[in-house]
Write a protein that binds this ligand. Sequence first.
Ligand code: ADP
Length: 314
Amino acid sequence: MILTITMNPSVDISYPLAKFNINDINRVKDVRKTAGGKGLNVTRGIKYSGIDVLASGIVGGTTGEYIQKKLTENDIKYDFYITKQESRNCIAILHEGNQTEILESGPVLTEQDVIHFFNHYQTLLSQAKVITISGSLPQGFPVNFYVQLIEKANKNNIPVLLDSSGNMLHEVLISQNKPYLIKPNKSELQQILQVNIDEQNIDSLISAVNHPLLDNIAFVIVSLGKNGAFARCHGQYYRVTIPRINVVNPVGSGDVTLAGLAVGIHQNEPVEVMLKRAMTMGMLNTMESQTGFVNMQNYDGYFQQVVVQQVMDK
Ligand code: ADP
């Protein structure tokens, strides 16, 4: 089973409007509400791939109940720590080809919540073969909290796939407790390493993934949007190229890519297959209007078109 961790999930609300009237009333007919948060996109990607998955993290209040209701509707198993605070709403207003977002920062949690969640997490470890951790931490959690989750998983020999950024990722990279895999996109990697990466230049990519901050991480997968990915896997380098496709909504592609990587590791797939799977999942997500959804009927056709090429360091 794959355990996915989403520490600050949300009810994602989308309001499509022909015109967005500022300082006036806007009436919406086609409201869409989904269980949101990067880790829940990962969860759906794993579920669509037919692998047993359990979603965990923290929810609370009526919003938290709604998140669980939506997961139940999708037949997704979950076991959250329930806090007394209310989970957040995130609103996307889709208007005139634009997307205006209003994102609540979410509940401010207490030291007790930190302790209770950590205990809850420990009770789930015996079921997990692979763990994914995605997104940011709720307010009130220490910035190095992911280090603690990874340390516990490593002690239990469970590989952790981490998709986070900024301070939370930095804390992990400078710690002794390394995740098994990270999947930054190019701008996240540039920001964390404080370097410029030329994605057309193999030397630039190799030098980035060999940065000392990334030492002792078995898999570093740099996703490059329409240009596929570059990966360092157990000391070997791979350039992954993907076909040109019609993109409807790229939001959440990185999350669904992580789902593909988690499935590949869970199934002990060869690196080439795992990378092709991950890219195919990312592409399928970009072809759907709904964030974090994929149509698996198109999987085989796109999988065949992904090219994985091993490259050598000079
Ligand atoms: P993130 O969503 O984390 O920023 P990326 O934008 O790199 O991550 O996207 C992750 C993966 O999704 C890519 O490696 C690719 O497989 C797919 N993808 C994303 N954007 C596009 C695009 N414009 N065209 C084709 N595939 C895409």
